[in-house]
Write a protein that binds this ligand. Sequence first.
Ligand SMILES: NC(=O)C1=CN([C@@H]2O[C@H](COP(=O)(O)OP(=O)(O)OC[C@H]3O[C@@H](n4cnc5c(N)ncnc54)[C@H](O)[C@@H]3O)[C@@H](O)[C@H]2O)[C@@H](O)CC1
Ligand SMILES: [K+]
Length: 484
Amino acid sequence: MRTAYSVETVRTAERELMARLPEGALMQRAAAGLAAACADLLGRVYGSRVVLLVGSGDNGGDALYAGARLARRGAGVSAVLLAPERAHPGGLAALRRAGGGVAADGGAAGRLIERADLVVDGIVGIGGKGGLRPDAESLARAAARSRAAVVAVDLPSGIDADTGEVHGAALPADLTVTFGTHKPGLLVDPAREYAGSVRLVDIGLALPGDAAVLEALQHADAARLLPVPGAESDKYRRGVVGIAAGSARYPGAAVLAVSGALRGGAGAVRYVGPAGDAVIARFPETLVSDRGPKRAGRVQAWVVGPGAGDDAATVAEVVAADVPVLIDADGLRLVDVGAVRARTAPTLLTPHAGEAAALLGVSREEVEAARLSSARELAARYRATVLLKGSTTLVAAPDGGPVRANATGTSWLATAGSGDVLSGLAGSLLASGLPARDAGSVAAYLHGLAGRHAADGAPVGAHDVAEALPGVWRDVREEGRAGV
Ligand SMILES: NC(=O)C1=CN([C@@H]2O[C@H](COP(=O)(O)OP(=O)(O)OC[C@H]3O[C@@H](n4cnc5c(N)ncnc54)[C@H](O)[C@@H]3O)[C@@H](O)[C@H]2O)[C@@H](O)CC1
Ligand SMILES: [K+]
């Protein structure tokens, strides 16, 4: 599991560790890891041109010490100091001793950045507040124009470490070298997009497991959660998922939700609604009923809403059932918040940003700018687990605890019907007994990977994503067993 901690927790852990180590040791660990990552990116250090953007705090100190290490290996290293009188004195002295220089003025800084192979962003780290200030912003623009690779120290400067929000300008990186632990902003959009790939350097911080703010599944975690039938299993013990979806106008949503559900671990899929003929024609293994959710027969979980049109009665009937319920798409528009809050069995809501905005009474842009707090707020209001779809999908539970972030997705998944497959898949995992947070996050994980496999760099339809699920499921189990 990849975990992320708040700045406050990181600071506390840092203080405890620093008290036990010789002065400066922690920064040396950070700088050594940073220099190694820069060297890997450069390939050849000797003769390369490196520019350090150095702010007034320890983030700049890391950059200076790493720069000194690169200079000792033959790189031409120049520092651009944003606040010369406050630049880390030890780091600056080390850089000078190693033969590095300091840009004389803004003009020189611009020219150095233009010719650089690598720009190291040490403007601001976890001590940052708000977006970049104007002087830093012009350097960021120069770095973006140059062909240099950009390595962010700890965090891309300008992003909010705790929330993943970006208030103003920020400096996009190709690689972020982060120390001790991931920070939430490295896993949540829009900040995540500024981070590029992320490399974690262990500096020996001891972080309390129960204080993680965010976590991201990896293969081994997903593999552990996947339901696997035992020798005693029959279709009912594996769980039956009910799909109440589709309408005369949108029969396809029913077919796609069923296609996801059939690949999600439940032993049987029951379909209820007006698209039974279309469902049976495509998936003859489905148990089809036209008698409404209450009289359709037993299920261990329901999915309601995809392509439901205006059928509020069906949504209300499903929400009244005493089994886990997933509500998606039209169902989110039709559902009564009081009825959801009153439920005792788990509820999983799966909105995209637009749907979440409607539920919260804010604009879509506001949700997209503040995804973490939006997901948490919705979970609290509905007393439900919320899976907020996006390029990084977030899953927030109503009882607090770490939010799960999923980064397996691909923009090719932004295709009609892809959400229907996801809700079928997640509903199937609910029916097989996974708690809502696990069902949502495992579904997002598999769905994202299936999107990647199916697309492989080309446009795909939602049915392709569903068809890629068994292959992905196999990969996750095998690689998870191998400890990948
Ligand atoms: N504390 C520790 O033990 C360690 C800290 N490390 C580094 O230290 C960093 C934290 O250092 P600091 O606490 O000194 O804080 P930072 O270096 O992140 O930033 C603080 C400084 O930046 C200025 N600033 C704040 N917001 C700004 C903005 N938007 N634009 C421009 N300047 C802004 C502030 O005035 C302040 O002087 C970490 O991110 C990490 O890189 C590492 O060396 C590992 C060890
Ligand atoms: K930085």
